[in-house]
Design a protein. Structure first.
Lengths: 488, 497
């Protein structure tokens, strides 16, 4: 490996170094603030280094790693999300009667896993990345274990996530092994031939089953219906920063990986796989939105809504192919960025008014917020409108992109399901907005830990600005994504 | 620049109005008044100072301008004003001022935010009436919804949560179908001309195969017909209108319904001539059913605002009828009905709002014989009711007469049934007048001291009445403005036989 190649791995090295340095600092003296600052700085450095790493063409660094415009884009989104979550974590954990520092170490290592997931096209690296991310997430979900109030929830959530995540990893691993047994390679390779005609005596159905196993495992982590059962409980039980991390970084890395797998392996030549994906997408959109309807816990509501959003995403994933003017890759990338921004905003507001002792995750907590704290209500409303796909926000353009990709792929049934699903979705997003508009009888203040901190407010402002800016003038970003997609 | 200036004045005016609340609770309405007057002045100066030119694109445009926006999808800020747009812009700003008058004393809570929403709704409508890029059009189409939702949800009456939600869901879901149809058009353009485009003039060149054309046309139709609304998709309207505060009802009935009709005239029929021609008999049948059914339902209402809402649906049937006749009479009739109904329904909602402000009820059973107590208000009510019925000499008559005249040439059966609606309209209107304003005086006793019209109210009603008389007495001045545009649109093809 030459030094130039090593340089390409700079972001990964920096993230690793962040985790190590944080750990060493903790060994010397525990200081919550210092750990947070070190983590944020390290991740920010990694983010900046992406600019220098951005290659003009795809770079293979050993068969295991692959750096291209695609991986840099997703690395940037992941790092941005992680930095924000780290900043929001400080006010959230500041009152925790326990050590806070390890959360940041787990966070850095989880980011490392996510970065590895988006910069490879090799099954071994894929699996390593996935497991690194998951193992750290178990810890993050169960983090406030010694919290006096409602301590059983994080543990329950973590165990639930552990068991199901391990199961899905098992599926993925089995699929990989079966594929390897016939193809003899662990690279993502073009399976188009194998899926249509088989290889030698092995029939195509063998390969279809292998691919479906891998896709199933990925669908577990993306919490697509019918593999979604863990999602609401884990979202609810986990502390808010972990939930936000799971909802953004976890989903983005997994979706990017799935997109690369579908694209490189030409999975979509097979009718059966397309059919299964369509079923998964349709079911996710319908069930996700319907189940979210009557939730009064915001975390659960957002978990179901994330199921629906991942369902929308699958429509775009189904149009990812290698033809020159396919919109699929662009649509997925744009949508994931949009999803990251709006989820971070929504969870950010929740983190700002919560702390580790008391989470304010019930719709009732936000009643009349418009008249009690207009700024937070404005941010939350913008995020919810974006999630609902209303213009002026990036969420609308994301939905527009998915529609465009779906029209291109002539997925009419799924698009109609999406229209219906979005209609249902509007209902529960508006229910929250309406709650925030309805004044409380008594003027209940929102007693919160982080409200006085300036930095999280700046971050919310940044998110809001990005949400609106990219929702109104997305031209530059779209051009860039189009270039990236054509280079893939 | 005119369009940009209008939208910018309203957007920034709204923001300033909101911010100015911190200084004084009376500031927002003053700011709103100023920005509405400023935009009206800009539009009027523009009207008188420039004359339409014939552009390459076809048709007669006062302005046709374009700036790049999202090059990836060939989306540009393409805006144009032709005769049709101009009339509707004038109506929008005029009713904006009327709505302001209606809100002037009614809105006492969170005033800044209210005027912000009011101005943004108007800005969205201005955008809708001028956008010629379909993406931009859809953008404004949705932008005008959110502030209206907030107006209903925050300042509405007792059942506002339900009404606001229903309003938003109906328009949003039908809007998504519209978006899907627009995107399909754009993709077909991509397939045929190898680039995406949302440009109205580009999309006219797209050749759409038979069955697909019907589906895309239906997407457009549903999107616009929900807003109009047509019979079958109208159930959001009585709720939204009756629960909205007066200014909200005025804007909803006067302006927002017209955006649906405008969309049909501007986009649905010209872009899908064959499919629309096949569809015209169905649309005209729906129109006739809507006219009769909603007139009948209006007769059964106790809530005065619901009654006016149902009559609105009924009158919009004439608009639909005129549009799908797709000849010059029918189109002129539809446009005249839109303008006249804009004024008369706005006035009626304002009257109902005025009654509610005085007596805290909209129930007709509780209010009788008001003429003795409120002579001026009652006289105004009589005037606008008679106008809505279609009394010759007032604007609504010209509109409905021309619509029927046009429709008769293309679909006799539907027209004959639709004409019966005029009789029903007379029945329910006179019944309301008799019940509420004649006979023994009876009002809720605790509000017995309510006074007659205030100066602001009187001014608003006088302006609207003058407008209706002008339309009724000398409609030619309006017909001339829209004629060339309508002829151009008609030449693109469309319904009728």
């Amino acid at each position: 490996m030459t030094s130039a190649m090593l340089f390409m791995l700079l972001p990964l090295i920096l993230v690793t170094a962040t985790a190590v340095v944080t750990m060493l600092m903790v060994a010397i003296k525990r200081r919550h603030g210092v750990s947070c600052i070190v983590t944020v700085l390290g991740l920010s450095l990694a983010l900046v280094s992406l600019y220098f790493v951005l290659p003009s063409s795809t770079q293979e660094l050993t068969p295991l790693m692959k750096i291209d415009g695609f991986s840099v884009f997703f690395s940037a989104v992941i790092l941005l999300s992680a930095i924000m979550i780290a900043c929001f974590s400080y006010p959230y954990f500041v009152n925790l009667e326990d050590h806070q520092d390890e959360f940041y170490i787990l966070l850095s290592v989880a980011v490392l896993g996510a970065l590895v997931m988006v910069s490879n096209s090799h099954f071994i690296t894929t699996f390593l990345g996935m497991e690194t991310l998951s193992v750290c997430l178990y810890g993050m979900v169960a983090y406030p274990l010694h919290r006096s109030a409602a301590a059983q929830y994080p543990m329950e959530a973590s165990i639930k996530y552990l068991v199901l995540s391990a199961l899905s990893s098992g599926f993925v691993l089995f699929g990989i092994a079966l594929l390897y047994a016939q193809t003899g390679t662990l690279q993502f390779t073009d399976l188009g031939q194998a899926l249509t005609y088989g290889i030698g005596p092995v029939p195509p159905v063998y390969f279809v089953l292998c691919c479906l196993m891998i896709v199933t495992g990925f669908a577990f982590k993306l919490s697509l219906v019918p593999f979604h059962l863990w999602t609401p409980d884990v979202y609810e039980g986990a502390p808010l920063p972990a939930t936000a991390f799971l909802a953004t970084v976890g989903k983005i890395a997994m979706a990017a990986l799935l997109m690369r797998f579908i694209s490189d392996s030409a999975l979509l030549v097979n009718e059966a796989i397309v059919f299964v994906l369509a079923l998964i997408a349709g079911a996710s959109m319908l069930f996700g939105n319907l189940l979210a309807l009557l939730q009064s816990n915001l975390k659960r509501l957002l978990s179901y809504s994330s199921i629906a959003h991942m369902g929308y995403l699958v429509i775009a994933l189904m149009t990812v192919d290698r033809s020159a003017d396919s919109l699929g890759v662009e649509a997925v990338s744009f949508y994931l960025l949009a999803y990251a921004l709006m989820s971070l905003g929504a969870f950010g507001v929740m983190m700002l008014v919560s702390d580790s002792e008391q989470e304010r995750d019930h719709i009732g907590h936000y009643q009349g917020l418009f008249w009690r704290n207009p700024w937070l209500a404005l941010v939350m409303t913008a995020m919810l409108f974006s999630l609902a796909g209303i213009p002026l926000t990036i969420g609308f353009l994301g939905k527009f992109y998915i529609f465009a990709a779906g029209v291109q792929g002539a997925q009419w049934a799924l698009l109609f399901t999406m229209v219906v699903g979005s209609g249902v979705g509007l209902f529960y997003y508006l229910r929250i907005v309406y709650g925030m508009l309805t004044p409380l009888d008594e003027d209940l203040l929102l007693p919160v830990a982080g409200l006085k901190e300036l930095l999280p407010h700046c971050l919310l402002f940044l998110l809001l600005a990005l949400l609106l800016l990219l929702g109104i003038v997305p031209g530059v970003l779209m051009q860039w994504l189009a270039q990236m997609a054509s280079a893939l | 620049m005119i369009v940009l200036a209008l939208v910018a004045i309203l957007f920034f005016g709204g923001a300033i109005a909101w911010a100015s609340e911190a200084l004084d609770a009376r500031m927002p309405r003053a700011v709103a008044l100023l920005s509405l007057l400023a935009s009206a002045a800009v539009l009027l100066i523009f009207c008188f100072s420039s004359s339409p030119g014939v552009m390459l694109a076809g048709g007669q445009w006062w302005v046709l301008e374009s700036w790049a926006w999202i090059p990836r999808f060939g989306i540009s800020l393409l805006v144009g004003v032709d005769g049709l747009s101009l009339l509707l812009l004038l109506l929008t700003l005029f009713l904006g001022l009327i709505a302001l008058g209606a809100a002037w004393n009614e809105i006492q809570e969170r005033v800044g935010f209210f005027y912000f929403n009011l101005l943004w709704t108007i800005a969205g409508v201005v955008g809708v009436f001028t956008a010629l890029d379909l993406f931009l059009f859809f953008f404004f189409w949705e932008v005008m919804l959110i502030p209206m939702y907030l107006i209903i949800a925050i300042w509405g009456h007792e059942n506002r949560a339900y009404a606001a939600m229903k309003f938003f869901l109906y328009t949003q879901v039908s809007g998504l179908l519209l978006l899907l149809a627009i995107l399909t058009m754009s993709y077909l353009h991509f397939v045929q001309f190898s680039r995406f485009s949302f440009d109205y003039f580009d999309l006219q060149n797209v050749v759409i195969p038979g069955a697909l054309q019907t589906w895309i046309m239906l997407g457009f139709f549903v999107g616009f017909a929900t807003k109009l609304p047509i019979f079958g998709l109208h159930s959001w309207l009585p709720d939204a209108h009756s629960q909205a505060p007066t200014a909200g009802s005025v804007l909803l009935a006067g302006v927002l319904l017209k955006t649906g009709a405008y969309g049909l005239i501007r986009f649905t029929l010209p872009l899908f001539p064959e499919a629309s021609a096949d569809f015209s008999s169905i649309a005209m049948t729906i129109a006739a059913i809507g006219i009769l059914y909603c007139a009948k339902v209006a007769f059964a209402q106790q809530d005065i605002k619901r009654l006016i809402a149902y009559t609105s649906v009924s009158h919009m049937g004439f608009v639909l009828l005129g549009i799908y006749a797709w000849n010059l009479y029918g189109l002129q009739g539809a446009v005249m009905t839109m303008l006249a109904h804009g004024l008369s329904s706005a006035a009626l909602f304002m009257l109902a709002g005025g009654l509610q402000a005085r007596f805290h009820t909209r129930d007709m059973e509780l209010l009788n014989g008001l003429w003795v107590k409120l002579p001026m208000l009652s006289a105004m009510a009589l005037f606008f009711t008679v106008a809505a019925v279609g009394m010759p000499g007032l604007g609504n008559f010209i509109g409905e007469f021309l619509s029927l005249l046009g429709a008769f040439q293309s679909n006799r059966v539907a027209t004959i049934f639709a004409a019966l609606g005029l009789v029903l309209a007379a029945v329910y209107s006179l019944w309301v007048i008799q019940k509420m304003f004649h006979g023994q005086l009876r009002v809720p006793s605790q509000y017995a001291s309510a006074g007659d019209l205030t100066l602001i109210e009187l001014l608003c009603y006088a302006l609207m009445a003058a407008g209706l008389v002008w339309m009724g007495m000398y409609p030619q001045s309006f017909l001339d403005v829209s004629e060339v545009s309508l002829l151009y649109l008609q030449s693109l093809g469309g319904g009728g036989e």
